[in-house]
Design a protein around this ligand. Structure first.
Ligand code: ARG
Length: 262
């Protein structure tokens, strides 16, 4: 995670960023700290990335890399505003002993568009707004894993992690309207037990959630999704990250999962 020390809405590269925006930095920090302590209470260990002045979106550290079994693919951001974040992530991995860091050739925004299902050794990869489709071949090669490519078609859900999240290796939750019809068909075929979210859930950043297979951390406004999760036996844990939402991100965007391998 990366604290929102220099957070702000200073440019508008997605449908949520409205200029001029007023951001309450103290509130953003309070909300972020609650997310961090929630993870710690759930038993996770949190590593921190040092924030850099001028990089106002660095709190969304999910976009800076993707790691599987000790191999890390760095990010290459779509827009110049965030480009310098990539080297901060690379520096962190290098300093923490991750020796297998690959610098990408094509645009990919890390876990924003890439989801790993460990038990299936499968990667779900989004394209359409940020990550380039051609990057999916690079990703398959770097991780020696099959990749299911999913086309995003709604600019409000410009990253895969705003449109879909995994509860476990076989169960997803997603908003079908975020995907092209052929990607909807692929999802329905591969994940018949999915929890289907509504547009309102997705607009509340309900799919920008993180699950450990039992607890699901998500924003409180995704009321329908919370109920469906509870009905299916998951425990929703609601956290308001509305201040960070002004830049178009929530729980998952603030969280880069580390998969060091064995
Ligand atoms: N303002 C940031 C951007 O447009 C938000 C990133 C949100 N992160 C995410 N994983 N969806 O890049």
């Amino acid at each position: 995670m990366c604290p929102p020390t220099y957070f702000g809405v200073q440019y508008a590269t997605n449908a949520w960023m409205d200029l001029p925006a007023s951001v309450d930095l103290d509130r953003a920090m309070m909300q972020w700290k609650l997310l961090k302590s929630t993870y710690e209470q759930l038993g996770h260990h949190v590593e921190l990335l040092e924030p850099v002045a001028g990089l106002s979106d660095m709190v969304f550290c999910a976009n800076g890399s993707f790691s599987v079994n000790g191999v890390v693919l760095g990010a290459k951001f779509r827009f110049p505003h965030r480009a310098a974040e990539a080297q901060e992530h690379r520096r962190w991995y290098t300093a923490h002993g991750w020796s297998r860091f690959v610098t990408p050739e094509h645009v990919n925004e890390g876990e924003g568009d890439l989801i790993y299902l460990p038990g299936r050794g499968l990667i779900l990869a989004g394209y359409g707004f940020r990550t380039e489709r051609i990057a999916h071949a690079e990703i398959a090669e770097v991780f020696a894993c099959p990749v299911i490519s999913l086309q995003l078609v709604d600019e409000r859900f410009y990253h895969l992690d705003l449109s879909l999240f995994a509860l476990d290796d076989h169960t997803l939750s997603y908003f079908p309207g975020a995907f092209s019809s052929s990607s909807q068909a692929a999802l329905a075929r591969e994940f018949p037990d999915a929890l289907i979210a509504t547009e309102a859930d997705a607009l509340a950043f309900g799919l920008n959630a993180l699950s450990d297979g039992h607890h699901v951390v998500l924003p409180p406004a995704a009321t329908h999704l919370r109920q469906v999760l509870a009905e299916r036996g998951y425990q929703p844990i609601c956290l308001d990250l509305s201040e960070l939402g002004k830049s178009g991100g929530s729980v998952k965007c603030c969280t880069a999962e580390l998969r060091p391998g064995v």
